[in-house]
Design a protein around this ligand. Structure first.
Ligand code: SAH
Length: 195
């Protein structure tokens, strides 16, 4: 299959993710927040993830600048990336729908914030972060390029490591015993039954 076809498939899935997120971004802007961790470190790390998961893949798709980093993965491996990315789309929609108005791109508590424990949140406490791991790995496989893989995985790993403990601390401060009971019931963070 020619490189252009992989790029077109990748772009279709990429746009699909954007379509799923769009209504939630609109609702997010309208919701009133009562606690917000808008630190410059958090903003910077989110910005870096944007570069790793959006800007670098777009540079690859629309310019020849990163082609020297091509890995030449066999087609079957790239197909695993497509299947994984297709699954990611369905999963992403499920997570967003379940989290509803409680979603935010940064660490925040909104007015009338509700602790969600059902749907994907029954199996892991951070399904949206599971989805981002699937995203960065699948785009690496589909586009078969070292630059995309390393920049995507590295920027997301940094944000994940910094954010997760802060988010869990914020949730325990906000929900107290309710959050602690939830952690007992749903003990895994991102991989059901494993981690
Ligand atoms: N870490 C979660 C949510 C990511 S969105 C996940 O991976 O699915 C980030 C926002 O979601 C945070 O600002 C926090 O307020 C909110 N949040 C995280 N877990 C939540 C839960 N179980 N119920 C409701 N809101 C939650």
């Amino acid at each position: 299959m020619s490189e252009i076809i992989w790029k077109i498939i990748f772009m279709c899935i990429w746009i699909g993710n954007g379509i799923i997120r769009m209504p939630h971004s609109k609702k997010y802007k309208k919701t009133e927040k009562i606690k917000s961790q808008k630190s410059s470190r958090e903003k910077f790390l989110v910005f870096l993830v944007g570069i790793g998961t959006m800007i670098v893949p777009m540079i690859y798709v629309f310019t020849p600048w990163l082609s020297s980093f091509n890995m030449g993965l066999p087609n079957w491996v790239r197909w695993i990336g497509i299947i994984g990315f297709g699954f990611e789309l369905i999963f992403f929609r499920w997570v967003h729908k379940t989290l509803g108005k409680n979603w935010s791109p940064i660490l925040e508590i909104r007015k009338e914030h509700k602790l969600i424990t059902e749907g994907p949140y029954k199996y892991v406490r951070h399904p949206m972060y599971t989805q981002i791991w699937i995203w960065v790995i699948c785009q690496w496989l589909i586009l078969s390029n070292w630059a995309i893989g390393i920049v995507g995985v590295l920027t997301w790993t940094i944000l994940y490591i910094v954010r997760l403990p802060e988010e869990e601390k914020m949730m325990v401060e906000e929900f107290g015993e309710e959050w602690e009971n939830y952690c007992k019931q749903t003990s895994k963070k991102i991989i059901p039954f494993i981690y």
